[in-house]
Write a protein that binds this ligand. Sequence first.
Ligand SMILES: [Zn+2]
Ligand SMILES: [Zn+2]
Length: 102
Amino acid sequence: MLELRPTCENCNKPLPPESTEARICTYECTFCAACVDGILHNVCPNCGGGFVPRPVRPSQNWKGDNFLGKDPASTKVKHRPVDPAAHEKFTEKLRRIPPEKR
Ligand SMILES: [Zn+2]
Ligand SMILES: [Zn+2]
């Protein structure tokens, strides 16, 4: 089950479970869309993979107790801002390779 982390790892912007701005990599590293597009170049600073929009868990119990009321979002903040210069260097080549070919 996704953790639904509460903030952007880089800028600490709140990303509540219903946010449409949350982006995740396969390891669930979580960032806001502005950081992914403007700073990260769609390269995860932790694994080098790409990002996709994080799905929204239903807030209501539509079926089988599969909803936020039973499985709430994580409250554990992971704030580990990237070093912009280091990330530029890290992504020099990577950003030109589409995520499915990395
Ligand atoms: Zn951000
Ligand atoms: Zn990652």
